[in-house]
Design a protein around this ligand. Structure first.
Ligand code: FES
Length: 219
């Protein structure tokens, strides 16, 4: 296997040729905020805009999930510009989420809490005006609950259902602020073609898809 040597935050690492910075960093214990990336995806959709890093020789910060490693590359995940961009994106995202961690079963394993801690941002950030969608919760599946109000539109569930499992029950509907992950024709999960494999719940980074009975993983 052809390998590439690079430096991330001063740490010399070796990784596979063709690897993206995000996965090389995470595999070596260097955290970079991310929501939409999935390791199995050939090409990241790069929609969350949280994984910004700085690369020596590049004028602008780049998204770590799309930038391929190169031999001798020097990456800084804590550069001021990269952090500024990630913080702005994250605070904008928070402005449309309810952030009721005290009553959320995902609390403690939610990616939003991890990102907030990493970026040193309060989950109840008031930088942008709060605008909530107030969508109905779908409790019709016997396995899980879907709360679209907590969805960050990362698309991980859509991708696993379609690409990994070949089922395709989930998709995006509407545009802009009304954009939502939903089943075909918006039918409740319990009445859809959902096979209740639970893989969409496992990849959900927030409390949008949660197993019933407070489980954090399928048992
Ligand atoms: Fe890179 Fe979402 S993980 S843009």
């Amino acid at each position: 296997m052809k390998t590439v040597s690079l430096t991330i935050d001063g740490k010399k690492i070796e990784t596979r040729h063709g690897e993206k910075i995000l996965w090389a960093a995470l595999e070596n214990g260097i955290y970079i905020p991310n929501l939409c990336g999935l390791r199995d995806e050939a090409e990241s959709v790069a929609s969350c805009r949280l994984c910004f890093v700085e690369v020596v020789g590049k004028e602008q910060a780049v998204t770590a999930c799309t930038e391929m490693v190169t031999e001798g590359m020097v990456v800084n995940t804590r550069g001021a510009e990269a952090l500024r961009m990630a913080r702005s994106g994250f605070e904008l995202l928070l402005s449309s989420l309810p952030m009721d961690c005290a009553h959320c079963v995902k609390s403690g394993s939610c990616e939003l809490q991890k990102i907030a801690h990493h970026l040193n941002i309060k989950l109840k950030s008031k930088r942008f005006r709060k605008l909530l969608r107030e969508l109905p919760i779908d409790d019709s599946s016997s396995l899980f609950t879907y709360d679209p109000n907590k969805c960050v539109l990362c698309g991980r569930c859509v991708w696993v259902c379609r690409e990994r499992l070949g089922v395709g029950v989930l998709g995006f509907a509407n545009r802009g602020f009304q954009r939502v992950v939903t089943t075909f024709a918006g039918e409740p999960f319990g009445e859809s073609k959902c096979q209740e494999c639970g893989d969409c719940v496992s990849v959900c980074p927030t409390g949008a898809l949660t197993f019933k009975n407070g489980k954090t993983e399928e048992e």
